[in-house]
Design a binder for this molecule. Structure first.
Ligand code: B12
Ligand code: SF4
Length: 514
C-alpha cells in the first residue's frame, strides 16, 4: 500500500511525520512525504501548488495530513482540493484533530486522536485486509452523518521501541517558491542550516525530541489538554542509550550535521544521574555542540547544567513568560522573580562557554495591566547580560484554560480569524510592548539599557504627558534600524508574518475586553 503524508512544517522539524514515515516503512508500506511549510496563520497556497499536491498524491491508498491549529485553514484548502480530484480516503492527525476531532471531520474522512503510530498502522492493516476499521482506538470518522469518536489509543510507554526518524530522502518533496523539489541530501543540508539560534555560525542542525509530554500544565499550552486526555500520564522519555543511538544514526544518515537541537518541553525533568550518563556518552560518542530549547525555571539545577555544558551544550532557551507574579499564576507558572533571576545568574556564570540564553516572553495578554507589563520590563532589564528575548503574542489555542476563559468573556468571537489564522509573531505595537522589544534589540546588539532608565520610561506620567507618541516613534526607528536589519534573514523566511506584524501597527491592541 502507498501512503502520502503531508506536513505543513519544514522538513527539518516535523518529528511526528518523520516517525510515522519510519514506522510505516518498517511495516512494509510505501511512503511519500510532502513538506509544505506554512507561515503561521497564513493560507497562501496557489492553484499551481494545489495541482502539484494532487499530482504527487495520486495513486495513494491513504493521504494523511498533519494539523496544528495555525495550519488548519491551509490544510483545509489542500484537503478540499484533494477531495475534489481524488477518491483517496483522507485522515488528519496532530494536535488540532486531537483537540477538535468533530470540527476536523467536516473536511477529513477520518481523524487520528493523539499519537498516530499504532492507530495508523492498525488502520492500514485493516484497510489492506478489507476489514472493518471502525473500532480502531484513536480513530474518529463519519458514519453516514453521524460523527463517531473512538477512545484514544494507549500511549507508547516505551519510546525506545520507536524506530529512528526517517531522513532517508527516498520519496520526499518540499514546496518552495516555484514549486515542489525532490528532497535530496543536498537540499536537506541547506534546509538544516536555515534554523540556527545564532546568526554568527551556519550550523547544520539535526532537530529532535527525546521525550513526549510535559510535567507542567500551563494554562495557554496544549499539554494541559493532552495531560487530561492521557489520564494524567504526563511525560515519557527515551533512555540515554536510545538517544545516543539516534544521534549516531543521524550522523550516519546526515554526515554534514554539526549541531544537535533537543526540542523537549522539559529536558531537565531527567535526574542528575541520568544527565551525568548522557553527558559522558554524548561527549564520547557524538561530540557535537548541542542546544536545548525547553528549560522550565523550577527544574533548573546548576549541577545538571554544568554537566551539560561540559558535554557541549552551547545554547539554552527558557520560558519566563511574564515578570508579573499575578500573570504567571494565571498561566499556572509558579515561580518568583527571584527564582528567575537566580537561574539567570547561575546560567550567566557559563557565559564564556555558551551563547547568550534566550528567554521567552508572552505579550498581548488582555488581562495584563500596564503595571504587570512594567514588572516584565523591569525583570528583563535586571537580567544578567548577555541575553536574548523572544516575544510571542498570546494565542488562545483550543483546549486550553485560557481559550475557555477568553471565549466565556467574549474576547474570542471568531475562532478562525482570531485564533486559527492569527500569527503568534504579530505583537501589537503598544508602547510597553515596544519597550520590551527594544530591550531585546539592544541586547542582540550587545547594548543593555540600565534598569533605572527603563524605570523612567515606564512611568505612567510619561503617558499622560503624551510623550509616549514621540518615544514610540523613536523606538520604531531603532526597531527598523537595528531589529529588522538584524533579523532580515529570519524575516525573509517568515515574510508574511512580518507583513502581518507591520499591518498590526495600525491597530492599537489585538485583544480588547468589551
Ligand atoms: C517540538 C515542538 C515544536 C518544534 C517542532 C514543531 C513540529 N513541527 O513538530 C518547533 C520549535 C519548531 C515548534 C514550533 C511551533 N510550535 Co510547537 N511544539 C513542539 C512540541 C513541544 C512537541 C511536538 C512533537 O514533536 N511531539 C512529538 C511528536 C512525535 O508528536 P506530534 O508532532 O504531535 O505527532 C504525533 C501525533 O500528533 C500524531 N500525528 C501528527 N501528525 C499526524 C498526521 C497523521 C496523518 C496521523 C495519522 C497522525 C499524526 O502522530 C504523531 C506521532 O505520534 C509540542 C508540544 C506537544 N505536546 O505536542 C508543541 C506544539 C505542537 N507546538 C505548538 C505551536 C503552536 C507551535 C508554533 C505554531 C508556535 C509556537 N509559538 O510555538 C510553532 C510552529 C512552527 C512551525 N513552523 O512548525 C502547539 C500546537 C498548538 C495547536 N493547537 O496546534 C503545541 C501543542 C504546544 C502548545 N503551545 O500548546 N514546535
Ligand atoms: S512548561 Fe512549556 S511545554 Fe510544559 S505545559 Fe508549560 S508551556 Fe507547555
Amino acid at each position: 500500500m502507498k501512503i502520502t503524508l503531508i506536513s505543513p512544517n519544514d522538513p527539518c522539524w516535523d518529528f511526528g511525520t518523520r516517525i510515522l514515515s519510519a514506522i510505516l516503512k518498517k511495516e512494509g508500506y510505501e511512503v511519500r512525504l510532502l513538506f509544505i511549510p506554512f507561515p503561521a496563520g497564513q493560507r497562501a497556497i496557489n492553484k499551481k501548488d494545489l495541482k502539484q499536491i494532487i499530482f504527487l498524491s495520486e495513486n495513494s491508498d491513504l493521504i494523511g495530513l498533519s494539523v496544528k491549529t495555525n495550519y488548519f485553514s491551509g490544510i483545509r484548502v489542500i484537503t478540499e482540493a484533494l477531495k475534489n480530484s481524488l477518491d483517496t480516503p483522507i485522515i488528519w492527525g496532530g494536535t488540532h484533530p486531537t483537540i477538535r476531532p468533530k470540527e476536523c471531520l467536516n473536511y477529513a474522512d477520518m481523524v487520528c486522536i493523539g499519537e498516530g503510530e499504532i492507530t495508523l498502522v492498525n488502520l492500514l492493516k485493516n484497510m489492506e485486509k478489507g476489514l472493518d476499521y471502525k473500532n480502531i482506538l484513536g480513530l474518529g470518522y463519519k458514519n453516514d452523518n453521524e460523527v463517531v469518536i473512538n477512545k484514544p489509543n494507549l500511549l507508547i510507554d516505551n519510546l525506545d521501541s520507536l524506530p529512528i526518524p526517517d531522513y532517508m530522502c527516498e520519496n520526499d518533496y518540499l514546496l518552495e517558491n516555484g514549486g515542489f523539489k525532490k528532497i535530496d541530501k543536498n537540499l536537506l543540508e541547506k534546509d538544516l542550516t536555515r534554523f540556527t539560534h545564532t546568526s554568527k555560525k551556519k550550523y547544520k542542525t539535526y532537530h529532535t525530541i527525546t521525550s513526549r509530554g510535559c510535567s507542567f500544565s500551563c494554562a495557554y499550552c496544549c499539554n494541559s489538554y493532552l495531560n487530561k486526555i492521557n489520564s494524567g500520564k504526563k511525560i515519557r522519555k527515551k533512555s540515554v542509550e536510545s538517544i545516543i543511538t539516534e544521534f549516531e544514526a543521524a550522523k550516519d544518515m546526515l554526515p554534514f550535521i554539526n549541531c544537535i537541537l533537543i526540542n523537549d518541553d522539559d529536558f531537565f525533568f531527567r535526574s542528575k544521574d541520568e544527565i551525568s550518563v548522557f553527558a559522558k556518552e554524548y561527549k564520547e560518542r557524538i561530540g557535537l555542540p548541542f542546544w536545548i530549547t525547553g528549560l522550565i525555571i523550577p527544574k533548573y539545577s546548576n549541577e545538571k547544567f554544568s554537566l551539560l555544558v561540559g558535554a557541549g551544550l552551547k545554547f539554552i532557551r527558557l520560558g519566563i513568560q511574564s515578570g508579573s507574579l499575578q500573570t504567571r499564576k494565571m498561566y499556572r507558572r509558579y515561580y518568583s522573580n527571584e527564582q528567575i533571576l537566580k537561574v539567570a545568574r547561575d546560567i550567566n556564570t557559563f557565559k564564556h562557554k555558551i551563547a547568550a540564553p534566550s528567554y521567552d516572553i508572552i505579550l498581548d495578554n488582555p488581562w495584563e495591566s500596564d503595571s504587570d507589563l512594567t514588572e516584565t520590563i523591569m525583570l528583563i532589564s535586571n537580567l544578567p547580560k548577555p541575553y536574548n528575548i523572544e516575544t510571542y503574542s498570546l494565542t488562545f489555542y483550543p483546549g486550553t484554560g485560557l481559550y475557555d476563559k477568553a471565549k466565556e468573556l467574549g474576547i474570542i468571537k471568531d475562532d478562525i480569524e482570531q485564533v486559527y489564522n492569527r500569527s503568534y509573531y504579530a505583537i501589537s505595537p503598544t508602547y510597553l510592548n515596544r519597550l520590551i522589544q527594544t530591550l531585546d534589540i539592544f541586547s542582540r546588539k550587545g547594548l543593555f539599557i540600565p534598569p533605572m532608565f527603563m524605570s523612567i520610561l515606564t512611568k505612567p506620567i510619561l503617558k499622560k504627558l503624551k510623550i509616549t507618541y514621540f518615544l514610540t516613534h523613536i523606538l520604531e526607528i531603532i526597531i527598523f534600524g537595528l531589529y529588522y536589519t538584524d533579523r532580515f534573514i529570519y524575516y525573509s523566511r517568515h515574510f508574511s508574518e512580518f507583513i502581518t506584524a507591520i499591518n498590526r501597527k495600525k491597530m492599537s491592541c489585538l485583544w480588547k475586553l468589551d
